[in-house]
Design a protein around this ligand. Sequence first.
Ligand code: ADP
Length: 784
Amino acid sequence: MSLATKLSLGIALLVTVSVGSVSLLAFTVSRRSLREQVLSANLTAATLAARAVEQYIADAANIMREAPGQSKLGQEVRRENWPEASKLLEDFLRNFTQFDSVFVRDPQGIIRARVPHAEAVGEDFSFWDFFREAMRTGRLHISGVHVSKADRRSVVSISVPVLDGDNIKGVLVGALSLGRISQLISMIGREDRSVVYVVDGEGLLIAHSGGARAGLPEDMKARPIVQAVMAGKSGTMEFREPDRGESLLGAYVLIPRLGWGVVATKPIWVVYAAANRLGRWLLWMALGCTAAAVLFGWGLARTWTGPLLRFSEPAAGDPVIRVTAESRDEQAVLAPSFNPMAEHLQDSYRDLEREITESKQTEEPIWHGLERVKALHEIDLAITSTLDLRTVLDVLLGKIDSLLPYPVSTTVRLRNRDTGELEPISCLNLNEAVWKEPEWKSGRGLTNVVAETRIPLVVENIYTDPRVRDREFFRRYNLVSYLGLPLMAKRELLGVLSIYRKEEHRFTHEEVEFLSTIAGQAAIAIQNSQLYEETKKQAVELEKSNKVKSEFLSVMSHELRTPLNVVIGYAGMIKDGMFGEINPEQEEGLGKVLKQANDQLTTINSILYATQLEARAIIVDRHPVTLTDFLNHLRSDYDAPLDKELTLNWDYPSELPPVITDSAKLKQILKNLIDNAIKFTERGNVTLSAQYLPQASSVEFKVTDTAIGIPKESLSVIFEKFHQVDSSETRSYGGVGLGLYIVKQLTELLGGDVGVESELGKGSTFAVTIPYEKPVSQDISEKN
Ligand code: ADP
């Protein structure tokens, strides 16, 4: 939870608790005071009403008391002149309207005059207590409440004896209407829902305020408040109305003389309505205050925490917080002391930042740890991805340029192995033509120092170093500091890698070490590409010399063959006696000449053929060949008897399938093999066999001999050019080692294969397999 939230909640809680408790207190106090007020108002109303009632009765009593003494009425009663008395009663009633009726009784209790309702005259009322009391005491008597017979209204009878000396001449009775009391108390208990009523000593309702609305029962005894007043007390109480169940606040006052009670009540809900209204108002106020407190608390908290928060979010480009003097609170007071401190802090921060930047520039993390290994690995990958020297150097310089955190110009000079000179090869961020100017072809001084010492060279300022020869060049490119690294591979100096910076800088130990490692890797890559280029050059030269050799062989063979043919031709003619008779010795001599010349011709032909094969000048001419015919034809070439104890066997089926192949090449192959077999076999057998292998879809020819055999170690090389098992000067068999070479080349040209199995001293078997290709056409003609 943020500080602002905490603060605002805290303030809200504080305000809520205080406003809430004050409201609750106000509510309770107001209820209590309202209750007190109402009770006292009720008491006042009841007291006033009691007085009024008392006064009313007392007034009526006074009227009655005065009546016999001062008016003629007394005289007429004493005279027992009842008709006159009746008239006077009428006058009385007219004057005192509070009396419902008035009558006179004689001492016996018989009504003698009465107004109104004269019909009751003569009735005996002696049993009435109020008559008897007046008679007995000879004084005014007020009766209890009773209902007048005449008009069924509640009345109080006031009896007053009419005296004549000590004798009672009669009793004057006035029925005082109690209806008037209701009117009286209605004037007092006018307040809202307030009711004032009067009960007699029996708890019966005499009068009440509020008219019929009050809805009070006749008998009020059941009410606790009435019971209290009937018990002769006065006071206040809260009670529950038995019939309606309503809670009331009431006051009761006893009228002691009459034994009556006056009660003033008000329903509690009416009393508390105002308090409840206040309570509701207070509740809303408390809620309002809480909301206001939350807002205020939040605002206040923001004011306090705002500056704190600004500490955590420094403005872009300005890492230091300042106290603004806009506000007029304590924050502004801080400004004069805090802001200079902040300025100071900012200055220190800037210095620190500068230092960090500088140290970053000089000691980039590239020199350390994983970054360094990664960079080296990248460079290694890049420069070993090609063998082309120029590409290797360009990639190397590009990588160094992108790795270093400051701009540099870089160059590579390589040592010419023959001249020993440091030749300019590749450069970056320099004008290559200017850098390679012939005048400075072998270096501008510092590179030469590196080449001589073979250790890294650091120069902080090129212009103050006496070893620099061409300062003008460096000035032109604004190059100031220098790091030279020898490119060494297997202790051999290949060249120098130079790095120039545009500002004065002393390359640190870390930089030198890191760049030396790069130079070491680069040297290996450079050496590899140099070796590769040398090999490439040699290959080209080899090819060239091969071509020369082939051409030479071709020319030479041709030149040799022509005179040899002439020699053979003439020698043959002389031997055949075409130029005259020759003796047997001459014939034998000529025979030897012819054999040697023929051997030589064969050799020359072989050389010529091999040369052509190498030059890929031999073209395969495929055509349908009937193998049996082809072999029969080949066999006829060997019809002549051999000058050895040797049997030549031909072992092939009479029905061999026709194939498509170059019969001339096939013949050459088989002839070479048969000739070799005959040549190396002194005695025994030479067999040529042929068979069709349908599963392998090929035709196999085998030449088996019982000759000297071939040692195992020579089996793999006898098919190579000019290779012979015995190549010594004193070897016993002729040949130049091309026969099997031609066999192999031709077999491959026909799409076949040749192999040899041999056991030394026992003989060899050469096997040639050519693919079986079935001719499409039926008319197979053999061309040999
Ligand atoms: P060459 O002209 O010497 O015969 P070839 O290429 O025909 O050249 O044969 C290479 C060498 O293989 C021979 O010099 C010989 O030593 C060995 N060779 C070839 N054929 C046979 C064979 N049938 N028996 C034993 N050695 C053989």
